[in-house]
Design a protein around this ligand. Structure first.
Ligand code: SF4
Length: 368
């Protein structure tokens, strides 16, 4: 299969809990909870759903001391590492570090007094946790807004470098940085500039990207432009939608660029009047049935013989519509399937293949 190797920017590797970020580690997919953090059960349930969808890391907002205490309980129950999102209050950072935070998202330049900055950095060192510097075009410092007139890529990078320099001065190297903007080209340019200036991993995101459809498109374009140039070590797709959707879109972006494979990759035609079975209904039903699958497998679902045999030959499993529909296994025609049995047969064959992969008896032919 045609494939382009994308050389990755070499970044220093850090660890968020048990997840490696940067270096040669797979690009990690993150999301953020949107529950009330004090509602421990609801927050844990959302983290668990995101984790089941494949989230490597989840960020939790800690606006005041009350959610900081709730965080302690959330951390104990979370199946994935948690980044705590803190603004300004250094005491919250110290507390969540004690309670098991896997990363502190706090901008050192916003903490205030030097002794407080030092206390937070020392706490991160003592607990062995990294810091994320997060610069956002919407909350750029006033003097930078004045200097540049408006948010610009250079302004975002200058802001980020102020925080970086504080950590450098305190000899703290385990951090990652984001320079997010809702304007795609601004964010892309800012990340490109920053990538030349620091060795630390970059956390990519197009902030406030929008609702599910428009946000997914915007993120795919922005993140895609950077990832295709080898820039980016972890991503978050910001959507005004369920965090689970952010995770799914994140993996779809990585899958499209062959940067990370997770779950069944369905190759489906858009369908037309030539289709011999309902392609859209088949794809939707199958995606729903296979939400629990994390292993990679290419499955082609093509409505007729125009493109069916060609695509099915390139996939691990496939079906080409016809009279009868023809099922393909490892690129070879295998057996006929009635349209009404297609979803069931596809699921059965996929799960049987996955069982063999899990038991070590087989590797997927398109494994990368
Ligand atoms: S593969 Fe066949 S059914 Fe699917 S869109 Fe093309 S012509 Fe239509």
């Amino acid at each position: 299969m045609f494939k382009v190797d994308i050389p990755r920017r070499k970044s220093r590797q850090i660890k968020v809990g048990n997840v490696l970020i940067g270096g040669d580690a797979p690009i990690a997919v993150q999301t953020m909870t949107n529950t009330e953090t004090c509602d421990v059960d609801a927050t844990v349930a959302q983290i668990e759903r995101a984790a089941r969808a494949g989230a490597d890391i989840v960020r939790v907002s800690i606006p005041t001391t009350e959610p900081a205490e709730a965080f302690g309980q959330i951390r104990k129950r979370s199946p994935v590492p948690l980044v705590t999102d803190i603004h300004f209050d250094y005491k919250i950072a110290l507390r969540v570090a004690e309670l098991g935070a896997d990363c502190l998202r706090i901008n050192p330049g916003n903490i205030g007094r030097e002794d407080r900055i030092q206390a937070v950095v020392q706490s991160a060192k003592d607990h062995g946790i990294p810091i994320r510097i997060g610069v956002n075009a919407g909350s750029l410092e006033k003097d930078l807004q004045k200097k540049y007139g408006e948010p610009t890529p250079e302004a975002l990078v200058e802001s980020a470098m102020r925080h970086v320099e504080i950590l450098d001065r305190l000899n703290f190297k385990d951090f990652k940085v984001s320079v997010k903007a809702s304007e795609v080209f601004m964010a892309v340019e800012a990340y490109k500039l920053l990538a030349k200036q620091i060795e630390q991993p970059l956390h990519l995101g197009i902030t406030e990207a929008g609702g599910f459809r428009s946000g997914a498109v915007k993120s795919a374009i922005g993140l895609g432009m950077l990832l295709a140039e080898g820039i980016g070590d972890t991503i978050r797709v910001s959507l005004a939608a369920d965090p689970v959707e952010e995770v799914k879109v994140g993996f779809d972006i990585l899958k499209s660029l062959h940067l990370r494979n997770k779950g069944v990759n369905i190759i489906a035609c858009p369908s037309c009047s030539r289709q011999n079975f309902d392609v859209i209904a088949t794809v939707n039903a199958l995606e729903e049935r296979l939400e629990d699958v994390n292993e990679h497998l290419d499955v082609a679902i093509i409505g007729c013989v125009v493109n069916g045999p060609g695509e099915a030959k390139e996939a691990d499993l496939g079906v080409a519509g016809g009279e009868p529909n023809l099922f393909y296994i490892d690129g070879k025609p295998s057996h006929k399937v009635q349209s009404e049995d297609l979803v069931g047969e596809l699921e059965k064959q996929i799960r049987a293949r996955l069982e063999r992969i899990r038991s070590g008896k087989e590797i997927p032919i398109k494994a990368v």
